[in-house]
Design a protein around this ligand. Structure first.
Ligand code: ZN
Length: 238
């Protein structure tokens, strides 16, 4: 039996602080290649949101509680918002953020029900009523993402949530995975629409086939790499 503690691979050194100063500094300084994303962690579930600079186009990924205030203070208006899935901790600020920024909103059709009817999550942990968030456009992995996300690829990896989308940027080797794959963990599969088999198979088929050095920026916890999780994530050892 493997020992989780003794065989755990150290996490790579990546920007994981609440407000990553390094990421913020590089956001506007290194336009020629993909800088590190700006990371925000907030809300009851310590949910990560990211702000990426895609050649001057600011893409926000997820919208936990507090993200809008953070962006307002920094005077950073996203040009688009991608919701990896519709669970409440990821869409908390979404409607207000989109309204403030005047930006389009994207998510997968299979998570539209949660986004447009957040009261449906009162049965599994939603602590207060949230504003519904409508998609400007529904996205799946069979059609190309918006042209202002150059070279981006979408991966649909259900199992934590029916409509979980991951955003893969092959040029910079970055994956924004939502609650699919974590450092030493995977998304819970016991919520409505969840499936352990779908989740683990999806990770093996769609994420573990990416280059090993791909950095995974998850919806909770620190960033990791495909290589690290492939070799030491106990949920995915066969
Ligand atoms: Zn979450």
């Amino acid at each position: 039996m493997r020992s989780a503690a003794s065989e755990m691979t150290p996490l790579p050194k990546l920007p994981t602080s609440k407000f990553s100063r390094l990421a913020f500094a590089t956001l506007f300084c290194e336009q020629s290649h993909m800088p590190d994303p700006l990371v925000f962690t907030g809300g009851l579930a310590s949910t990560n949101a990211y702000l990426l600079d895609l050649n001057g186009h600011l893409l926000a990924i997820d919208a936990p509680e507090g993200f809008l205030d953070f962006l307002r203070k920094k005077k950073l208006k996203p040009n688009s918002l991608l919701l990896t899935h519709g669970h409440w901790d990821h869409i908390w600020d979404a409607a207000d953020l989109a309204e403030w920024a005047g930006c389009p909103v994207y998510y997968h059709p299979d998570t539209a029900f949660l986004c447009t009817e957040p009261d449906s999550m009162l049965s599994f942990g939603l602590p207060q009523r949230l504003r519904p968030i409508q998609a400007t456009q529904l996205l799946d992995d069979s059609s190309p993402p918006p042209s202002f996300w150059p070279n981006a690829q979408l991966l649909h990896v259900p199992g934590h949530c029916l409509g979980s989308l991951c955003l893969y940027l092959p040029n910079s080797g970055q994956l924004f995975g939502g609650d699919v794959l974590f450092a030493d963990g995977v998304g819970r599969w016991d919520l409505p629409g969840g499936s352990r088999e779908l989740l683990l198979n999806g990770i093996r088929e769609k994420i573990f086939t990416l280059p090993p050095s791909t950095i995974v920026y998850p919806g909770h916890g620190p960033a990791t790499t495909v290589d690290r999780e492939k070799s030491s994530n106990l949920f995915l050892q066969t």
